[in-house]
Design a protein around this ligand. Structure first.
Ligand code: ATP
Ligand code: MG
Length: 329
């Protein structure tokens, strides 16, 4: 089934809202004082929902922040971008979650997180959350939540409620191999896949989700995932662009835009937020894919996880002024 139209109700995200501080020099770790830039509003679901709203989709966030400046930073940003924050709880005791990030020379990252031991981990089903879920038209879920039992029960309940009113669900596995070796998390991934309409994997996540070795090839993995009831799968390929598979239809590939990558964090979330919003607003797959590629590419040109999220006009200008990779996989 196609994604529920925007008019059914907002796209909602559940999950972490963080303040992020990024090292301005490439190197290893945080063992000595280094120049850093931030705080930036952050958190994968937060970046997703901001891009979703910025491109014109109706959007609402469910999460928790502390009663502090980092929480306010996020609430202000989301509010400014038109995201409904009535489902964001302000925890009176715990601080807003934080992430410190530094890029190593090989492109991998060093992180210091305070995530589930911050206000983010104390997210609960309040009346305000209930009200947002009651009118949602689509739920987007990131895989990191699946490792947190209390949040999983919220996700499961929200997904059931949204589907019961004719809404749809998207899932970005954001999954590492280690996650699946934990039996409970693996069971939650299966339960999540059974409720998913649109899957947004990147790299080997497609095969992890399909529980298949890469040697089987993408086609096999896609076929298996369709047999679970998923109707649309969009694989993110970084600087190689993206490919959309529909249960009834051919694969559509969209080449990446050629950009200088300053900060790759948030590309997948901006891609997903733009894709879900444009599809829900009625855009065909090939066009939505180009906007999503543009949203991901534009975002990696700015430092901070959502600083490059674009409006439709900004993305149109970006597309008009940026070349696309001519030869891609
Ligand atoms: P994340 O690190 O946020 O989890 P991801 O692995 O989910 O990212 P990516 O494939 O890295 O997702 O990025 C999503 C999309 O953004 C890509 O499909 C591509 O369209 C665009 N993109 C990301 N990085 C680049 C890049 N260096 N050049 C051009 N486009 C890019
Ligand atoms: Mg990802």
């Amino acid at each position: 089934m196609a994604l529920a139209p925007d008019r059914l109700g907002p796209t909602i995200c559940i999950g972490e809202i963080l303040a992020e501080v990024v090292a301005t020099t490439v190197g290893s770790g945080f063992a000595e004082p280094i120049p850093m830039l931030g705080p930036f509003p952050s958190g994968a679901p937060t970046s997703f929902i901001v891009q979703c709203s910025r491109i014109g989709g109706s959007a609402a966030m469910i999460g928790a922040v502390g009663d502090d400046a980092f929480g306010q930073l996020n609430i202000d940003r989301m509010t400014r971008e038109g995201v409904d924050v009535s489902g964001v709880n302000i925890d009176p005791d715990l601080p807003t979650g934080t992430a410190f990030v530094r890029y190593r020379p090989d492109g991998t990252r060093d992180f210091v997180f305070n995530l589930w031991t911050s206000a983010a981990g104390r997210l609960a089903w309040t009346d305000a959350v209930d009200a947002v879920v009651s009118r949602a038209g689509h739920l987007h879920v990131g895989g990191t939540l699946l490792g947190v039992p209390a949040l999983w029960s919220m996700v499961e309940c929200a997904a059931q409620r949204v589907r019961a009113r004719g809404g749809t669900v998207s899932f970005d596995p954001n999954m590492r191999k280690e996650l699946q070796s934990d039996r409970e998390t693996a069971a939650r991934v299966s339960a999540m896949l059974a409720m998913t309409d649109l899957l947004l994997p990147s790299g080997e996540e497609l095969f992890l989700a399909a529980e298949m070795p890469q040697q089987n090839g993408e086609e096999q993995a896609i076929k298996h995932l369709f047999s679970l009831g998923i109707s649309e799968i969009v694989t993110k390929r970084g600087a190689q662009g993206s490919t959309a598979y529909q249960v009834a239809g051919d694969a559509t590939h969209a080449p990446a835009f050629v950009v200088e990558e300053i900060d790759p964090t948030g590309a997948g979330d901006c891609f997903g937020g733009a894709y879900v919003a444009t599809r829900r607003l009625g855009m065909p797959v090939d066009q939505a894919l180009i906007y999503a590629n543009a949203a991901g590419a534009r975002n990696v040109t700015r430092r901070g996880p959502m600083e490059g999220a674009g409006t439709q006009g900004e993305l149109d200008a970006f597309m008009a002024g940026t070349e696309r990779v001519t030869c891609s996989t």
